[in-house]
Design a protein around this ligand. Sequence first.
Ligand code: SAM
Length: 342
Amino acid sequence: MAVSIADRFGRPLRSLRVSVTDRCNLRCHYCMPEPDYAWLPRDTLLTFEEIATITAAFVAVGVDRVRVTGGEPLLRRDLPVLISQLARLPGVADLALTTNGVLLAEKAAALRDAGLHRITVSLDTLHRDRFEALTRFDSHAAVLAGIDAATRAGFESLKIDTVVMRGTNDDELIELLEYGRNIGAEVRFIEYMDVGGATQWRRDVVVSQADMLQIIEARYGAVQPLGGRGSAPADRFALPDGTTFGIIASTTQPFCRDCDRSRLTADGVWLMCLYATAGTDLRRPLRAGATRDDLVQLIRTVWSQRADRGAEERLVLGSRAPLIPVAALKKDAHLEMHTRGG
Ligand code: SAM
């Protein structure tokens, strides 16, 4: 049975985000705006068996929610095989995937059959021309087809995540809410974050939770806060007709004190925080012969010393610029959002 652990602020470790690749088939300008990138060497990528072993070690210290991410996770060949391995781990109560949806139409049914519970599709605009300007790829129709396939595949829940940026898509909140309502998906609006990779980040482009609520209430009337967020990143609200939506206000109202998440990169580096500048290499000990119990011990030790509050520390900075300069990102792929998985 899992024996849970707490960090220095008493935060338990409950949720693990597992990145299965650092590659992506989009180039969203808030995440991968540069012309070229340094990729993780292929021989360092964890095999499915290694991912399952490491995940099992996390489950043994109390993780019961696992989210598969990337880069773009659907670029990883045979992903349903990994999903079925993770779904079989006793103790994983919630198994979810975050995808940009480009390859989802052909994979949704297989992912569901493999045991995936929930799916989140990142979609920032309902307009094809905007999508192409934002991502550098003409894949909007493919994403919509992927979402359509996901609605038919029978997942326990489907969410749409939208990063809201002033001057880019802040005029689409209502359209996106209506779209979510029509397809039975909950929309979550994300504040633009100054994480690694967001090299063009500017404070004035951030649309705050307060701004978003103002736009939404101007159209629908007062929304009702649903409360009970717990450790989830989104504050949830209901429109007067009962339609629910979420806002992830990581930039203006960070929730570090409730953070029970950590992240595993595709090459096995374990990160405590999206703003962390370094992590713990789990691949090296695993490949040197560490057992699952050895990993459990290492995870316990590292988590019990955790004391970061990355987003809250950023909030109190007087002037705020992109977190990591491009030159530093080029030297260490682990600093990139697309390596950390979001
Ligand atoms: N490719 C997958 C996808 O698109 O969902 C998974 C990886 S992506 C890095 C995970 C999430 O991080 C996406 O929803 C993306 O929009 C979000 N993201 C990336 N950069 C961000 C930023 N600067 N601020 C807020 N969210 C960001």
